[in-house]
Design a protein around this ligand. Structure first.
Ligand code: ZN
Length: 408
């Protein structure tokens, strides 16, 4: 249940994304490469479907052979670089084996990764992956296989040599390069403090430290009205079946995409700033391993809260790893039912409207989310009363409870 990230190791890999300035020649070349990759992906889909029906294997080796044959038979495929095409095969094989594993593991339908799907020309944004031998950084420019030269907007420094790059276009038609870079831990001074973090709808994050609670920023809520307006506009201007889309429809769609994008950026900004503060002030973080599906029901507000929590959790984990903090992900089951004082569990889950936790066993009364945040600490093997002094005389704290056994 609890996973750890030690100090002094490498922090793993991180993505660094930059805007690209793409000339019309380069843009056309990218789209041509993408068309070839998309064809290969769809060919993989067809082969895999047939293989699945015939109960035959359809692993990377077989798909590789398919690519070799297809390139031999079609000149237009050979016109493109083999690097992104091979990577397409690998990406396909990876998502296929993930889907097969989920079926094998008998995961419930809605938790399963679906089989890779056919990519439609109109509704799939171009995205290509290049391994090390498929790209070069030369004089600040990104040169990718197939002789495509791209100007990178270096908004921040790349911390090391990248091992791969994804070149993609977003819903607004902007191109980006996302580099994968090996990162090392940037140590921060030890603070001797631990924090428990519980995610929620009203407060995005409730923590065991009052100074670190994060109020839900309502980014999505504020944008919802504007979004609804553009969506109505799109509905009005939607073309009849089989007819081309109108300029007005495309414009409304673009505006809706812009609103989405802005919300995502605002969320990320808020999340990163908060995460930096939490990580700077604490050595150990006990974080609820939130699964979005728990809250996502129908309302727009809930969905927005879900997305905000997802972004915040991701930012916190990334920031914690970057600075070598001890992050313990805690299984979310029953956290609202346990008492942080005595460990008793109530018989029924508290309804979301009930904001106060009252323990029938020891009589402790505390705000519901604060109780949950303290339960996080306890489940991660930390002492909520001594949360300020987790490292007595520099001795690393040891988990007193076995991770995986719910606190009782
Ligand atoms: Zn109690």
């Amino acid at each position: 249940m609890a996973t750890r990230q030690g100090v002094g190791e490498d922090a793993g890999h991180a993505r660094y994304t930059y805007r690209l300035r793409v000339s019309s020649t380069a843009g056309n070349a990218l789209l041509a490469e993408w068309a070839r990759c998309r064809w290969i992906w769809n060919e993989c889909c067809a082969r895999s479907k047939k293989a699945y029906a015939d109960q035959e294997a359809c692993g990377p080796a077989r798909l590789d052979k398919m690519l070799t044959e297809a390139r031999a038979a079609n000149t237009w495929l050979r016109d493109g670089s083999s690097v992104p095409q091979q990577q397409t095969i690998r990406d396909f094989a990876k998502s296929r084996s993930k889907a097969l594993k989920d079926i094998e593991d008998r995961l419930p339908q809605r938790q399963r990764a679906g089989m890779p799907k056919h990519k439609k020309k109109r509704s799939t944004a171009p995205s290509m992956n290049y391994t090390q031998r498929g790209f070069r950084l030369k004089g600040g420019r990104l040169c990718i296989a197939g002789g495509i030269d791209l100007t990178v907007v270096w908004s921040r420094e790349l911390p090391g040599p990248p091992s791969s790059v994804r070149v993609y276009r977003d819903s607004l038609g902007h191109w980006y390069a996302s580099f994968v870079v090996k990162t090392t831990v940037e140590s921060l001074p030890a603070t001797g403090r631990a924090i428990g973090i519980d995610w929620g709808v009203r407060e995005s994050a409730t923590t065991t430290s009052d100074a670190h609670d994060l109020v839900h920023a309502q980014h999505g809520g504020n944008a919802a009205q504007r979004l609804a307006r553009y969506q109505r506009m799109m509905a009005r201007r939607r073309p009849k079946r089989g007819r081309p889309t109108s300029k007005g429809y495309r414009e409304a769609k673009r505006q809706a995409a812009k609103v989405h994008k802005k919300v995502a950026r605002q969320r990320q900004d808020t999340s990163r700033k908060w995460a930096k503060r939490v990580v700077t002030d604490h050595d150990v973080l006990a974080v609820e391993d939130f699964r979005p599906k728990f809250l996502a029901k129908t309302t727009m507000a809930r969905k927005a809260a879900d997305a905000a929590i997802g972004a915040t959790k991701a930012a916190l984990i990334e920031m914690g790893r970057k600075h070598g903090r001890d992050i313990r992900l805690v299984h979310p089951a029953h956290t609202t039912m346990d008492c942080a004082q005595c460990g008793a569990r109530t018989k029924h889950a508290l309804p979301l409207s009930e904001r106060t936790y009252t323990c029938v066993t020891c009589g402790a009364v505390s705000p519901r989310d604060k109780n949950s945040a303290r339960v996080m600490l306890i489940r991660a093997g930390l002492n909520p009363a001594g949360a300020d002094r987790v490292r007595a005389a520099g001795r690393p704290v040891r988990s007193r409870r076995e991770p995986g056994i719910p606190f009782r």
